[in-house]
Design a protein around this ligand. Sequence first.
Ligand code: HEC
Length: 426
Amino acid sequence: MTKYLLLPFLITITTSLTENILAQDQEHFEKFARVQAIFTAKCVSCHSSEYAPLGLSLEAGLSYRNLVNNPSVEVPSLKRIMPNHVSDSYLYRKIIRDQERLPFKDEGMPLDDDRLSEDEISVIENWIRSFPTNIWGEGAESDSEMSASSTESSETFLATQLINLPTTRVLGSKTAEFRILHRFAVSNGGGSRTLGSFFGLDNGAITSINVSVGLNKNTDFLLRRSGENKDIELAVKHVPIQQSGNMPFSIGIYAGFDWISRSDVNAKHRFSPNVQLLAGTRVNSTFSILAVPSIAFRSNHNAAIIKQINDTTFQNYTDSRATFAIGLGAQYQPMKNFALTAEYIPRIGGYKGNDFADDRRYDAWSLGLAYKVRLHVFQLLISNSQSIHTTQYIPGSSTKPVPFNQLTKKDPALHLGFNIYRQFKW
Ligand code: HEC
C-alpha cells in the first residue's frame, strides 16, 4: 500500500528534476544561439571551410563541437571552450585580448582591429557559464589561480633561438618555421674596420637557411644550410619538461650533426655530431635565463695542423678533440612583442683553437634586439662571431676582439647580423 502512496511523490520529484535539467539545457542552447549569431557575423569570414585557421570552423552546426572541451592548437594546455570556466577558455582570452595571458602568441580575435563589443563579449561569457552543471560539473573558478600563460614553456623565450643558442621554445605540432640567419663580414679595409665598411654590409656574409617542423608538442626537427663551408646541419630539439604553473623550468636537449658539404675545403672532420642540454626559466614576467652546456665533437676541421713541440720541433698532427662550452643567455622582455637578448658561450675544455696564432679563437658573445609581429620575429644583432651552425659557433669566434682601451683607435671587430623567423600553422 505504501508503495502506491510513495509513487506520486517519486513522480513529482523526478519530473521536477528532469524539468530543471531540460530548463537548464534550453537556456544554455538559447544562449548559444546568440553566440552563434556573433560567430556568423564576426568570425566565419575567416573561420569557415576546410581552410579555417587551425582547423577551427565557427560555422553554425560545427562551431559547438569544434570549441567545447576541444584543446586549442596554439596553447594545447587550454580548451578552446572549457564549460563553466570563463577565463580558462582560450577563445575568451582571445576575444578580450587578455594581454597577460596571451602574452606572445598574437593579438586576439577577431584578427583585424574589429573588436567585439562589451555586449558581445558578455553574451559569450554568459554562454560559457551556462553549461548544465549536472552534465559538465560546476565552474570552479580556478580562473584567478590559473597561471598566466607567460609561464608556459613555449613562452619562456620569445623565439626558438636566443641568437645562436637554441632556446627551450618548441614549435608544437602543426607548426613549421622558416628562418634566415645572416651575419655580415667584418671589413679589413679602410681605417675603421667596422664603421668604414658599414658594419660589413660591403663584404661577404654568411647566411643560413633553416627549416624546422614541430613533430609533436615537445619536439622539433631542424634542417639548415649555412654558407660557411656549405655546412648542413640536421638536429632534433626535444623539450620534455616544460615550464608551467608548478614546474619552474623548461629542460630539454638539442642533438644533431654538422656536415661540411663543400668539396674544395680540405677538412679533416667533415662530420661533427653535437649535443646540447637546454635549461631555461622565465624568472618573472620580463626576464628569462638560459643555460646550454654543449659538446661539439671533432670541432677542429683543419686537415692537418703543425704543432710546435718545442723551440725547434714541429709536428704534423690531427686534432680530433671535442669542444666543451657552456652557453649562457638572458632575455629581457619589457614589452609583449619586444626583447633584448644576450648570450655568451665560454669554452671550458677540449679544442679551443688557441694553439696557433692563425687559429686563434675567442669565446663567442652576441647581443640581439628582437621584435615579434604575429608569426614573425625580426632580430637584429651584433656578435664577435660570424658562425651560425652549432659545430661552428661552439669552438668560439675567430674574429679577433680589440681591447676596450683601443676602441677609440680602431673599431671592435663586430659582425652585424639579423635573424628572421617565420612560422606557419595549419
Ligand atoms: C581575419 C580573419 C579572422 C577573423 C575575422 C577571426 N579569426 Fe580567429 N583566427 C584567425 C587566424 C589566422 C588564426 C590562427 C592564429 C593566428 O594567426 O593568430 C585564428 C585563431 C583563432 C583561435 C585559436 C584557435 C586555437 O585552436 O588555438 C580562436 C579561438 C579564434 N581564432 C577565435 C575567433 C573568434 C571567436 C572570432 C570572431 C569573434 C575570430 N576568431 C575571427 C583568423 C581570424
